[in-house]
Design a protein around this ligand. Structure first.
Ligand SMILES: *Cc1c(COP(=O)(O)O)cnc(C)c1O
Length: 392
């Protein structure tokens, strides 16, 4: 064995001993609220498929037609020969949806966040980042030369103190719109207030909000009544908007123009495939024309949160379809998820280092595609398993 393999093998063994090794469960069907795992039909409560669009028939049809009309791949970055009419249409459609000047597409939101900060901020500038922001924001900020401040999660006093002590040329406040381990929505309205007071810009990563949070699904900015005042929005096509892949940044014309000139993951990475682009256009059209999906998701969320609390579990978060069910003890959380799987409920336990020590939880994610029967079935399984493990 080569040296590197020896080193890595011992590190992998450590991970296994600590009980944090991640096995990938193999799904044998398309992504739906009912899937097959190990030849068994189970109810899926851990996908980011919030609006049930991951296997929507209209979206599938749009993608297939797009392959016929626009081909399979482009084999080019955007600025050489990788921009088709449909890429411009998708950028325009996202801009209209979020009411921003312009939008730039990336292969993923991870890339979008990775290519944002170093492109627009210099040494004279400062970035103020929530401590629980997504890994891609942390990495993106690491790449930039701006002064870096990390404020406590959603703590406006801490943010204010840091803003008031900075005399940077440009100040940029950065937050996840939704914190995905806690199911909490960032106080974007309060952040906007502080931004006004200290002459700062606001950037929101709305991956767990775009398409379904806010009355029209325009995200945490709409939910907090300040969509117009959010300067920069990054988000993904890989969650509610069909769940395939792709990300974007929507912002002012000058910001987006600059990103097109200088953002490295945009300049040096392949263009989004035509089938994805057209399918994402269809996803936006469906969301714009059919508010029932958002209403159904909201109803499912309220019902599940109410019922799970009523049977004695403690849950975290706001009225978000991410429902963290607090178990605290990591082993108990694993035991509960395994017992639930025997009852055909597929959920994932999260423990340290993904969440703080002794804060283990089962994170349920709801979808508009869950039926009332499916929700009832899962509640009764949670009740039975929780009782037999003495959790409730
Ligand atoms: C999922 C997620 C991302 C990454 O999005 P991809 O398009 O899958 O790369 C970035 N930020 C947040 C907050 C996310 O939840």
């Amino acid at each position: 064995m080569k040296k590197i393999d020896q080193i890595l093998q011992s590190q992998l063994n450590d991970i296994k001993e600590q009980g944090t090794f991640k096995e990938e469960r193999v799904i044998e069907t398309a992504q739906e609220s009912e899937i097959n795992v190990n030849g068994k039909k189970v109810l899926n409560f851990c996908a980011n498929n919030y609006l049930g669009l991951a296997n929507n028939s209209e979206i599938r049809k749009a993608a297939m037609q797009a392959i016929q009309e626009w081909g399979f791949g482009l084999g080019s970055v955007r600025f050489i020969c990788g921009t088709q009419t449909i890429h411009k249409e998708l950028e325009q459609s996202v801009s209209n949806f979020l009411k921003k000047d312009d939008t730039i597409l990336y292969s993923s939101c991870f890339d979008a966040n990775g290519g944002l900060f170093e492109t627009i901020l210099g040494e004279e500038d400062a970035v103020f980042s929530d401590e629980l922001n997504h890994a891609s924001i942390i990495d993106g900020i690491r790449l930039c030369k701006a002064q870096k401040y990390r404020y406590k999660n959603c703590d406006m006093e801490d943010l204010q103190e840091k803003l008031s002590n900075s005399d940077a040329r440009v100040k940029l406040i950065v937050t996840d719109g939704v914190f995905s381990m806690d199911g909490t929505i960032a106080p974007v309205d309060l952040i906007v207030q502080l931004a006004k007071k200290y002459n700062a810009l606001v950037m929101v990563d709305d991956c767990h909000a775009t398409g379904f949070i806010g009355t029209n699904g325009k995200g945490s900015g709409e939910h907090c009544g300040v969509l117009d005042e959010v300067d920069i929005i990054s988000s993904t096509f890989g969650k509610a908007l069909g769940g395939a892949s792709g990300g974007f940044i929507s912002a002012s014309k000058n910001i987006v123009d600059t990103l097109r000139q200088k953002s490295r993951p945009y300049l040096f990475s392949n263009s989004l495939a035509p089938a994805l682009v057209v399918a994402c256009l269809k996803a936006l059209e469906i969301i714009n024309n059919n508010k029932n999906l958002i209403t159904k998701l909201h109803d499912n969320t309220l019902y599940f949160r109410e019922q799970i609390t009523e049977i004695g579990y403690e849950v975290k978060g706001d009225s978000h379809p991410i429902v963290p069910i607090m178990i605290y003890d990591a082993k108990q959380a694993v035991a509960l998820s395994e017992m639930l799987l025997e009852k055909n409920i597929y959920v994932i336990p999260f423990s340290f280092p993904v969440v703080p020590k002794n804060q283990a939880r089962i994170r349920v994610q709801l979808s508009s595609s869950h039926t009332l029967d499916q929700l009832k079935h899962s509640i009764s399984a949670f009740k039975e398993c929780g009782k037999s493990l003495n959790i409730i």
